[in-house]
Design a protein around this ligand. Structure first.
Ligand code: C2G
Length: 130
């Protein structure tokens, strides 16, 4: 049986997030999702997420295709997370294409096409224009 692992912030959860999670799940038998910590987000994007890490974890954990969630504390720990969760396949959206190829020695690495024209940044703009 194959375990798939994927990572993300999933802030202001939208259908682009849902689709990448569903497509990741379809590649294996069990899906584990690393949800990035609030502190990691501040380092990565220079702002706090709209929803807290506890809220984002709660939403992702409730999805039918998700078997387990954990907090991704830092990008540098990805190899440890893959090993710890015994993942056979790492899946990321293709905005990360090539960035995780270094893990091909321990698992398959797949980059899936992003859902076009939906992003949290665009959502925030849409909402502020209402
Ligand atoms: N995504 C997508 N289509 C969109 C928007 C996002 O397929 N329209 C995918 C991204 O490619 C990613 C996942 O949804 O695989 C989560 O996206 P983000 O929340 O933006 O995650 P990110 O901040 O890139 O965090 O260790 C890696 C990081 O934690 C990834």
């Amino acid at each position: 049986s194959k375990t798939v692992i994927t990572f993300g912030t999933f802030d202001v959860f939208h259908v682009g997030h849902l689709r990448v999670i569903e497509r990741a799940a379809a590649l294996g038998d069990r899906l584990v999702v690393g949800v990035s910590a609030d502190a990691l987000n501040e380092r990565k994007k220079g702002r706090s997420p709209v929803f807290s890490q506890a809220e984002r974890l709660e939403i992702v954990a409730a999805l039918k295709v998700v078997d387990a969630v954990f907090v991704e504390e830092s990008l540098e720990q990805k190899r440890d997370y893959i090993i710890e969760h015994q993942a056979d396949i790492l899946v990321m959206g293709d905005d990360w294409a090539g960035r995780f190829d270094e893990f091909k020695d321990i698992c398959e690495v797949h980059y899936l096409p992003r859902t076009p024209s939906i992003s949290t940044t665009e959502l925030i703009e849409k909402i502020s224009d209402l």
